[in-house]
Design a protein around this ligand. Structure first.
Ligand code: CS2
Length: 503
């Protein structure tokens, strides 16, 4: 079968939607961390905005680590298939808005050059939480991060996202060009402000005048991104080829739902993303709280408990009535902590989430979501827990979700098999787990002691320690399903303080 490319587009199965008109060659977005999510979100909005507004914004992707994406997309000149999986069946369409992919470690100078090119107007990022090289509990640059150490010593040949951004901005300033807009599209609260803090902190260390210039001239809008995009599997690749009639090495899979709320603060223009359904808003925080706490908080909790209970995917886990009942309880604890965005009913949002999680056409692995828990927990679950603790409200479902993470991170599943833990703190988890020797209180003490995750405030709380120890004891002795089966039927607001689910 022939490969998807501009030359073979005419051979596509006729029902497959394809781009109309010339390849976009106008103003440029450079995207750091071009993975499946950005190709199913940012790229879709940009492609659609171009079509509706008659513009030609193009996206050049940068891979900060591996060459895989370039290897897959280069022979296709950046073309790929978006597979939208609704329960009723998939829709296939071809996108052409990604025009090139650079691999940073192969040629960091080429990345700095394109960042400093006059046609580059916006730099977007999906580098995942750990790609910011910050301390999740404080939001500050992690000066002990090896890439940050390297980049501060070699600012012209960076490795990290902050290092590249500052190098690109420094070169623009030297060339007399205005800065670009920096748009973080990662699942971090106040993502734009966090990015701004990190870039300014980094720049000030390189050259205080550069820091001041970035501070006064650049823009770092916050945004909330949402679309469930599971990793592409070999089965997806085979199904795509059969459906479109051409070989695509890297299709992306997305659910039908997508949402993007963006603070409208750009220094050198932007695509008309609102024409593709993006919400340009003055304040993103309510959207972020809603999405990070309700969607991602539920996702992480069900990923850990679901994995332990033997569920491979989110759809399987949510089809388990015990997990579905747990999610209802969890959302009941989260909703009071979320300021509803204008016109949004959070109870309806929660119902919609359950439907999205249940979509059987999306095979989103619990193991995939379980990755990088140390970087995700603070914004997904711990902010919510803090909010409730400050008000003396009990949080049994949140406590069980977090204990599920500790149980998972201890590294063995319920049948004694090793879990493939992917996390920057994996080595610490292994130390904690081997020192605890299966003792719930010791495990709770070890994990809660991770100040980079829990902050000094939560780490120091004895009541939290005993609550987590209680849940861990239940999870270790009964397993996740039985623990969920014993999860209490009391309303989440009964009584004050932390309660154990088997108390
Ligand atoms: C997921 C997210 O992998 C994860 O941690 O929770 O990628 C989630 O699917 C997206 O944020 C949905 O917008």
């Amino acid at each position: 079968m022939e490969r998807l490319s501009p030359a073979t587009l005419a051979k596509l199965v006729p029902s497959v939607a394809r781009p109309a008109g010339a390849r976009p060659a106008g103003p440029r977005i450079v995207h750091l961390g071009l993975g499946a999510f950005a190709r199913a979100h940012l790229a879709v909005y940009t492609q659609e905005a171009n079509a509706k507004a008659g513009t030609a914004w193009q996206i050049v992707g940068v891979s900060l680590q591996r060459p895989d994406m370039r290897e897959a997309l280069k022979p296709q000149a950046g073309l790929y298939t978006l597979v939208t999986r609704a329960p009723e069946g998939p829709i296939f369409e071809i996108l052409d808005v990604v025009t090139d992919v650079l691999v940073a470690p192969e040629n960091p100078a080429a990345v700095v050059d394109i960042l400093a090119d006059a046609a580059t107007r916006i730099v977007t990022l999906t580098v995942t939480e750990k790609g910011y090289c910050h301390l999740p509990s404080t939001g500050r640059l992690n000066l002990e991060h090896p890439d940050i150490g390297h980049d501060l010593a070699h600012p012209d040949a960076p490795r990290s996202a902050p290092g590249f951004l500052v190098a690109g901005l420094a070169k623009r300033r030297a060339l007399g060009l205005p800065p670009f807009t920096l748009l973080s599209c990662d699942n971090l609260p106040s993502n734009g402000r966090v990015l701004r803090g990190l870039v300014l902190e980094f720049a000030a260390k390189v050259d205080p005048a550069l820091g001041a210039w970035i501070e006064s001239e650049a823009a770092f809008p916050c945004c909330m991104v949402d679309r469930i995009v599971p990793a592409t599997t070999p089965a997806d690749i085979a199904e795509t080829a059969a459906a479109i009639g051409l070989q695509d090495a890297s299709p992306v899979i997305g659910e039908p739902f997508r949402q993007w709320a963006i603070e409208d603060h750009f220094v050198s223009g932007r695509p008309a993303w609102e024409m593709a359904g993006a919400e340009m808003v003055t304040e993103v925080a309510p959207y972020e709280f809603m999405k990070l706490r309700m969607l991602n908080g539920a996702h992480s909790s069900l990923a850990y408990l679901g994995y332990l209970a033997g569920h491979e995917t989110v759809a399987e886990a949510t089809a388990d009535p015990l997990i579905a009942a747990f999610l209802e309880r969890l959302w009941a604890e989260i909703i009071p902590t979320v300021p509803a965005p204008p016109g949004v009913d959070l109870a309806i949002y929660a119902r919609r989430l359950l439907e999205r999680f249940r979509n059987p056409a999306i095979r989103h692995r619990t193991w995939q979501i379980a990755m990088d828990g140390s970087q995700k927990l603070p914004q997904r679950l711990l902010g919510t827990l803090r909010w409730r603790l400050e008000r003396g409200l009990p949080s049994p479902a949140l406590t069980l979700g977090i204990a599920g993470w500790m149980r998972y991170a201890s590294g063995q599943d319920e049948r004694g098999r090793p879990i493939d833990i992917r996390d920057p703190l994996a080595a610490r988890f292994a130390e904690i787990s081997s020192a605890a020797k299966g003792d719930a209180a010791a495990l709770a003490r070890g994990f809660l002691g991770l100040e980079a995750v829990f902050g000094t405030d939560l780490s120091a709380r004895d009541d939290l320690h005993s609550a987590f120890a209680g849940e861990l004891h239940a999870l270790l002795s009964r397993g996740a399903r039985q623990t969920l089966a014993h999860f209490p039927n009391r309303p989440p607001n009964a009584g004050a303080g932390i309660q154990r689910s088997d108390a």
